[in-house]
Design a protein around this ligand. Sequence first.
Ligand code: SF4
Ligand code: SF4
Length: 394
Amino acid sequence: MGPTELEKALMPFERKLRAQKRLRRLLGVREVDSPTYERYILGPVRRFDSRKNAFAAMMDGNPFGQAFREMYRRRTGVDSFSKPLPQEELDPSDRPAQALANAAWRLCREYYPGALPITPPQGRFETRDRAGMSKLIKKVAMWLGAEMVKITRVDQRWVYSDREVPEKYAVLVVVSHDRGLNRTAPSHLSGLAVGNTYSRLKFITTQLADFIQGLGYRAVYRETLGWNPEMLIVPMAIDAGVGEFSRTGRVLSPEFGTNMRIKAVSTDLPLETDRPISFGTHEFCMACENCARYCPANAVSFGEPTDAPESMFNNPGYRKWYIRADRCLLFWMADRKKWITCGGKCISVCPWNKPLHPFHNLIRRLAIHSPAGVKKMLVRADILLYGRTVKVQK
Ligand code: SF4
Ligand code: SF4
């Protein structure tokens, strides 16, 4: 039987999937049996309470966040993050960017569609070809706008203790930020890049869930944003082979660095999973402290990973780079005329955040396979060439 019309229509994404595999082979990215975050785990993992997430703690009535909310109000004059000033209080040159940022965030913050009804068993699309089904899901997600799609089993350790995700698999969807906008962080424009990326992810993941429900299998769009999170997206994405854990607490992928956002659809659709990867992120982050050096809030840690959590918002039980989320959130409201979220200065200064150009791919390969001294030289060269600015002061 020849390819179906749908398969023909999705052929460009078949080619894209192949090209992504080829690039990882060229870079020398290894697939491994166990996720490399295991080096950071000190003992049995205790599931984390979603209400202790710093964003969630800012919500009125959250029992863990009262002291934090009071301090936040004292220090910033507002009771929560991302409160835009009225347009008339902005410099005219900043008004369009703030207006666009508000527009870009809206879909992500306000779009919570119920899923389409699941097709009953007699109409279910039956197949034993798990590999083929995984490929179809990835291509459909890419057609919807995803830039990378990976699949893993849901590890219950990474589901918040007060949430339930009973489905067996998670489809991890990746979209990168507009690099030009991100480079301006902190600004309304870098905030706009984040909001736009999350909104696109919301669109992709809700439609992907509808598609799978239409095939006759349960699929749920899973919220990963701070104020209503359901699962820890960082270890899930590492399990799926998106990338590895980095100094910023984010996933760093060989293709996008940390310049990406990730959301998930959990599903019962039988799928073939991807494997975690290893390409020396820990070693590179040991040679590079750009995110810590240029974070305007001193929220990213320098030096070696530590087993001392920085605040109640950190999940204890690991020796890793902990992030001071409270400092980060305070900075967001430090100059509301110019920004309403930092938009990721820590992302914009990461040497891995470069286009997928043959020259940068050569440097990527060198960064993966070179000794610590060469890694340090590459970071130094990146700072000089890209004219990293001095730290933004509050
Ligand atoms: S988003 Fe901004 S303030 Fe927050 S950790 Fe990154 S650089 Fe620091
Ligand atoms: S800026 Fe450097 S230290 Fe920070 S995540 Fe990127 S590579 Fe790692």
